[in-house]
Design a protein around this ligand. Structure first.
Ligand SMILES: Nc1ncnc2c1ncn2[C@@H]1O[C@H](COP(=O)(O)OP(=O)(O)OP(=O)(O)O)[C@@H](O)[C@H]1O
Ligand SMILES: [Mg+2]
Length: 346
């Protein structure tokens, strides 16, 4: 399984000061255009359009993500709809989807955060805020003039976000990107690291990380992509809100170690990540309900005084522990194997 990148992305990456292609090359990644057509690989590339991506991988049947898997994650309205249909409830701001020609819904609650299915136009923060119907209609008009007359508008209940620091566009939020590989949350990174190197509110507590991993596991289970990102923001009361999910192959980060760890996992490797205040790995282990707590603890070398029994028994039998809360990092695949063995032995 090769790590792949698209050569045509190189100039854009340079302009955006996005180092991911450089990091991928350091991991041994090769250009898609120089790869034999039947090779297996995972492609990291920008999301230009659905058609562009279909063309890119059309002749490479063994390259993931397949277009239909990436497509599931491109529009926020589709992501929210999919989660709803599957009964996956994660706290997310109430969202009204306003189609072209629709009157504003009668039950709108201001202030609202206004964006399109694919982007907030990088305006974010207070610039995307509408305090009343007039501001909402002005913002919708501006967005539709830029992104197409028939663009649906997503009006989301405003969250008073906790601030991590200042940057040139104002306050940066305490926002975390969770990286989900093969439906399992494996790592997290502070989302505004490129502009706020030492954020307030970081590192998150073990309890916060556990909660984020649990929410991300639910989100990951709804989509087929091999690499998904889910973004969460903390409000001023300390609660976490799911903001959006997207294709991890097109998702940015300034955290080199987290990115390399994630890319390595995609190709089946596992080099433990030494986390820091702004990013780290989750240690995801799955417990069969029939495994005794004692056995589970001994298997992952948990110091008994640090993780309580409830950590070991989530309702779905899945538990995600931040690496910082365990005595020693665990090789997840090896753990799964041990789990299988112990199950068959019981
Ligand atoms: N409901 C909300 N209330 C308040 N602020 C919000 C809300 N939703 C998003 N934001 C803020 O706006 C920023 C951009 O929003 P969002 O992530 O939805 O759009 P985006 O275009 O995908 O941005 P990016 O690509 O930079 O992540 C978020 O990082 C967050 O700080
Ligand atoms: Mg975002």
């Amino acid at each position: 399984m090769k790590l792949l990148y698209d050569k045509d992305d190189v100039p854009n990456a340079r302009k955006l000061r996005d180092d991911r292609i450089k990091w991928l090359k350091e991991l041994g990644a090769v250009a898609l255009s120089e790869t034999p057509l039947d090779d297996e690989g995972f492609l990291f590339s920008y999301q230009h359009s659905d058609e562009h991506y279909q063309r890119l991988v059309a002749d490479h049947p063994n390259v993931t993500d397949r277009p239909e898997h990436r497509q599931e994650l491109v529009r926020l309205d589709h992501v929210l709809q999919c989660l709803k249909e599957r009964g996956i409830n994660v706290p997310t701001p109430k969202t009204w989807v306003i189609e072209v020609g629709d009157a504003p819904p009668a039950d709108l609650e201001f202030p609202l955060f206004v964006r399109t299915p694919k982007t907030s136009w990088k305006r974010g923060g207070t610039q995307s805020r509408a305090n009343n119907l007039k501001q909402l209609s002005d913002e919708m008009e501006l967005l539709r003039r830029t992104f197409g007359w028939d663009t649906p508008i997503l009006a989301r209940r405003w969250i008073n976000v906790a601030i991590s620091g200042k940057f040139m566009f104002g306050d940066a939020p305490q926002e975390i990107r969770v990286w989900i590989v093969d439906q399992h949350p494996v790592a997290w990174s502070f989302h505004y690291l490129h502009v706020v190197p030492s954020p307030t509110g970081f590192p998150p507590s073990a309890v916060d990380l556990r909660l984020l991993a649990d929410m991300a596991a639910g989100i990951g289970s709804a989509f087929q992509s091999r690499l998904i990102v889910a973004d969460f923001v903390r409000d001023r009361q300390g609660s976490w809100w799911f903001l959006e999910a997207g294709p991890g192959a097109a998702a940015g980060t300034a955290h080199e170690h987290v990115f390399k760890f994630v890319a390595d996992q995609i190709r089946g490797g596992y080099t433990p990540l030494v986390g820091d205040a702004v990013g780290g790995q989750f240690c995801l282990v799955q417990f069969c309900p029939c495994i005794s707590t004692r056995l589970a603890r001994s298997m992952i070398k948990l110091p008994l005084n640090r993780v309580s029994q409830k950590h070991l028994h989530a309702s779905d039998g899945t538990v995600a522990l931040p690496a910082s809360s365990i005595g020693r990092s665990v090789q997840p695949r090896r753990f799964h194997a041990a789990q299988q063995q112990s199950r068959s032995g019981q």
